[in-house]
Design a protein around this ligand. Structure first.
Ligand SMILES: Cc1ncc(COP(=O)(O)O)c(C=O)c1O
Length: 427
């Protein structure tokens, strides 16, 4: 074994080798010993079209043959990358019209922060530098994006930058006793307002947030949360960056989490399902009004001084165009709403289990949170599920699910049955 494995205890990996995956089909993967697992998290919330989509493979192969590489620096561009930008402008929320391409979600977040600062400098707001993020957020692994990530495991030992943090909209876990959802939401909105005032409106460039928080535990915001947040940000002239890396391309039952929650962002970050994870690609969507300032300021500098050798790679863009074509053809919104309704129905049964504290879902992203008093841990349940051939994402006491969007009702029945058995067996 020669890898330093990501998000893995290196000493534990030295002793217990990882499950090594060799192939995949539909919602299933097979390890090097021939054991099949259903992956109820679509890898890392990303393989929306499963593991054996022939059209995506053919699109990659055809592009590899036609033009395996080019770039978009200094008066050059790539046909298929331009086509993807045009397509994204059609499907993203109103006003998001320009796109900058990277290779990963973390890069997209880092790029969005750079662009936020460039924009604020360009309009003469040179003190507006800081970014607000939320406790429990996951925004990636590079220096800036890991700094914005509000999870201790991504910070330990790395001396990362520490942004301004506000609370997350986790009503089940963090409401005061007797507090209604509406009161809880208002408390978070008031806290945001007070935090901005404390730091000084003129010091804050942007706030970043996932419409539904994924890796932090599938935190589904209560009604009114995003409306309240946007009102505060608007009043203080602070940009909103919607991190759509998990929610984008259908996950919550609309094309974007922004559509599901009525969010009108100035920037959005996208990756993962953009290519169904068949090739690395990310994009930062930029509002047309911001673009005007950026273009003028870039012109003053003689260039927009930012670029990545592999950003907007033609093979990845060809795959993304094909993935979007497939999402359109399968009517991804209606499909996810229908499968999501089935999943929500199947999850009902967990609400009556003593060991379960909370059950939540939106479209095809869901979580079963164990009751801490039960003595069960997510790791115990995850280990039982693994023995039964299903992968979930274990986040502390929370068992998260985000299956490929091509999942069938029968497959949803299978992984929810396995989860029920696993909770019982672990108890
Ligand atoms: C919301 C969100 N933003 C950013 C990232 C980082 O993406 P990547 O792992 O492609 O760098 C992730 C990864 O899970 C994510 O969930």
């Amino acid at each position: 074994m020669a890898q330093l494995y990501p998000f893995t205890d290196p000493r534990a990996a030295d002793q217990t080798p990882p499950i090594t995956i060799a192939s995949g089909d539909g919602c299933w993967v097979t390890d090097v010993h021939g054991t099949r697992y259903m992956d109820a998290v679509a890898g890392l919330w990303c393989t929306a079209l499963g593991w054996s989509n022939r059209e995506l493979i053919d699109a990659a192969q055809a592009q590899m043959q036609q033009l395996p590489y080019y770039h978009s620096f200094k008066g050059r561009s790539i046909d298929v990358t331009d086509q993807l930008a045009t397509k994204l402008a059609q499907i993203t929320p109103e006003g998001i019209e320009r796109f900058f391409f990277g290779c990963s979600g973390s890069e997209a977040v880092d790029i969005a922060v750079k662009i936020a600062r460039f924009y604020q400098n360009g309009r003469g707001k040179t003190d507006k530098k800081q970014i607000i993020s939320r406790h429990g957020a996951y925004h990636g692994s590079l220096t800036t994006s890991a700094g914005l990530t509000g999870l201790a495991y991504a910070h330990g030992g790395f001396d990362l930058p520490w942004p301004i943090r506000v609370g997350r909209p986790h009503y089940h876990g963090e409401a005061h006793s007797g507090e209604s959802e509406a009161q809880f939401t208002q408390r978070l909105v008031d806290e945001l307002e007070a935090t901005i005032t404390d730091h000084g409106t003129d010091t804050i460039a942007a706030m970043i947030g996932e419409p539904v928080m994924g890796a932090g535990g599938v935190i589904i915001p209560p009604a009114g949360y995003w409306a309240g947040v946007q009102e505060v940000l608007k009043a203080h002239d602070i940009l909103l960056i919607a991190d759509e890396v998990i929610c984008g391309f259908g996950r919550t039952g609309s094309w974007f989490g922004c559509n599901t929650y009525g969010i009108a962002p100035q920037m959005m970050t996208m990756a993962k399902q953009l290519t169904s994870a068949y090739a690395p690609l990310s994009a930062v969507g930029i509002h047309a009004d911001m673009y005007e300032v950026i273009a003028d300021f870039g012109h003053q500098h003689g260039t927009f001084g930012h670029g990545l050798t592999y950003g907007g790679h033609p093979v990845s863009c060809a795959v993304a165009l094909k993935a979007i074509e497939i999402y359109e053809r399968m009517d991804v919104e209606a499909t996810v709403q229908a499968r999501g309704a089935h999943l929500a129905k199947r999850l009902e049964r967990f609400k009556t289990m003593n060991s379960v504290g909370n059950v939540r879902s939106k479209g095809l992203i869901a979580a079963v949170e164990l009751d801490p008093a039960s003595g069960l841990t997510g790791a115990m349940v995850g280990a039982e599920a693994e023995k039964r051939g299903v992968f979930f994402r274990i986040i502390g006491d929370t068992i998260a699910m985000s299956p490929p969007l091509i999942v069938s009702d029968d497959e949803i029945d299978h992984f929810t049955d396995v989860l029920e058995d696993s909770i019982q067996a672990a108890g």
